[in-house]
Design a binder for this molecule. Structure first.
Ligand SMILES: Nc1ncnc2c1ncn2[C@@H]1O[C@H](COP(=O)(O)OP(=O)(O)OP(=O)(O)O)[C@@H](O)[C@H]1O
Length: 262
């Protein structure tokens, strides 16, 4: 695979539930080392469904998701293991599969050991991972269940970073992190993913967060990407497709953000 080939690609991807498509004809490239890509759109538009289809949790009804050129839904058992280490999804409810009785230190040490076994060692330490998500060293001896919602979300990001992922799919990753803290976390996450060469997809309602991290965004409406470009241009109405009613509604629903970007 050449460095400019997409790690993850959706081509004409349609997917949904119970035989009804929620998203249609989605084209998306995530290239290692390139800038993060954002997806915004109203609640229920299908943003999470795109992420689920990219990781193979939801099977496309048309088109496909490919990982390093291979169809995600047809990966062999062995390739799936590599896929899970190299493509990490962090959703709102964050810490899936983590024992809440473990300490933060043990959780991250275990993630680093797994990464080494998978040949994905990043050279990071527990302290480095904590710093990547703006958690202070004093959190290391704390048990996972004692953390606040926002701290758990940051720990989930640190666990994902431990495997030096080729792609990180972030689905509302910082909803519980207080707004004052969010900027710092985003800055550090941005630096860490750039250093690791990780391709990032960010799905969020938080336009400020998307604007900070993603030079390019796609607006999802009626199951398809109706407008794409820098968020500033999308909200100001000067990007391709940004005269779509759903894009105008998005700009109106976020008047402060739209004003900031004007
Ligand atoms: N497991 C499921 N079975 C049936 N329908 C589902 C399932 N998961 C999601 N849906 C429906 O698919 C549509 C898209 O859901 P999805 O979670 O992808 O939207 P979203 O844009 O991420 O929404 P939000 O911003 O509120 O998280 C919604 O109408 C939702 O009710």
């Amino acid at each position: 695979m050449s460095p400019t080939d997409p790690v993850l690609r959706a081509t004409g991807l349609s997917a949904g539930y119970g035989g009804a498509d929620v998203v249609r004809d989605i084209d998306l490239d995530l290239v290692a080392g390139s800038a993060p890509v954002g997806v915004v759109g109203e609640s229920g538009a299908g943003k999470s469904t795109i992420v689920r289809a990219l990781v193979g949790v939801v099977r496309p009804t048309r088109g496909h998701a490919t990982y390093a050129g291979r169809t995600v839904s047809k990966l062999s058992r062995r390739d799936k293991k590599t896929f899970r280490a190299e493509v990490r999804r962090v959703a709102q409810d964050g810490l899936v599969g983590v024992d809440p009785r473990w300490t933060v230190d043990r959780t991250l040490s275990a993630a680093l050991t797994e990464a080494r076994k998978a040949g994905r060692a990043s050279g990071r330490s527990v302290a480095g991972l904590l710093a990547d998500v703006a958690l202070e060293p004093r959190y290391a001896p704390r048990t996972v269940h004692s953390l606040s919602g926002g701290e758990k979300q940051r720990l989930a990001l640190a666990v994902a970073l431990a495997t030096r992922p080729r792609a990180l799919l972030l689905d509302e990753p910082l909803t519980a992190v207080d707004p004052a803290m969010r900027g710092d976390v985003v800055r550090r996450l941005h630096d860490a993913t750039r250093e690791l060469g990780t391709a990032v997809l960010l799905v969020s309602h938080d336009l400020e967060l998307v604007e900070r991290l993603c030079p390019t965004v796609h607006v999802l409406a009626d199951g398809t990407f109706v407008s794409s470009g820098p968020l500033r241009e999308v909200l100001a109405g000067s990007a391709a497709g940004s005269d779509h009613p759903s894009v105008r509604a998005l700009a109106q629903a976020a008047p402060l953000a739209a004003q900031r970007f004007r």
